[in-house]
Design a protein around this ligand. Sequence first.
Ligand SMILES: [Zn+2]
Ligand SMILES: [Zn+2]
Ligand SMILES: [Zn+2]
Length: 335
Amino acid sequence: MLKHELRWNPLLREWIIVAGHRRARPWRPEEKKRMCPFCPGAPEIGDRADWDVMVLPNKYPALRPDALEPKSRRGLFRTAAAKGFCEVVIETPEHEGDLCNLSLEHMKKVVDAYTEEYRKLGHEDFVKYVMIFRNKGKEIGVSLTHPHSQIYALPFIPPRPRRELESCRDYHLKEGRCLICDILAQETQEGERLIYENDHMIAFLPFYAMWPYEVHIVPRKHVRSLMDLKEEEKYHLADILRAVTAIYNALFDFDMPYIMVFHQEPTDGNDYGYYHMHIEFYPPYRERDKLKYAAGIEWGAGTFTYDGIPEEKARELRRAGHKAIEKGDYLGYVP
Ligand SMILES: [Zn+2]
Ligand SMILES: [Zn+2]
Ligand SMILES: [Zn+2]
């Protein structure tokens, strides 16, 4: 029988997505020549090559809209239907590259696709949270290298966004202001961890970064989700996504692996006016030839050790930025 359900961890108070069928997922099938499922000519894509961005359902979804309701609850062991959507955003027909290799116009189409899927999936009443993310690089276990990002439409608000939401809500109750607007103001004022900025967006290595080269992108304007962004602001988001990935790739002169996630307001119908959308990047390197692993203290305690000094790492990124940004057609600058 196909095992497909959510299991509740009553100790940590969070859901686990059990997806037994995902064992069948192919591991880097494109390494066997001409087998990339995202290249034009592949069965899922068809022969058309006149597209820039394509959204497809994930072939091995962890969540599905028709997931069955679980039969029963046994004592403390509770399950729920793994109801949701898993999609793949194929960002280009080109087999190689990163976001920085797309033109601004092309990257804007990717941002439009994210916005449209967030709107569409969030509209389903069982979808409480739409998580847009991008995994890049074999170091973090990416099974397909063709440029793509993913979207999980979840039937619950996952723990990290939930904690952020609670902090923003509490801060707003107490101070009457947005916590993230205030963090942005302080980062801008201190200035030493800023990485890149344009008219509408700022990228910085947060004061409290967990990963050595972690970077957050925050819209200057208080917006809760992509849907609040105007056209011009979406161009500037596209620009800063290109810039940050270009800076990463210039840092060590190799293709930097990373995880990129969008934190936006939930889509459960409640009012989250106190929340401020942003994008987080976690690259796994701590030096040119050393990976940072989440190990005993990180996993067991949930406490990160930062190998290095955030202000120095930010300086390294800015130096790489001067190199990368001068060469390209960007809307902003490295402070
Ligand atoms: Zn491909
Ligand atoms: Zn704000
Ligand atoms: Zn966040």
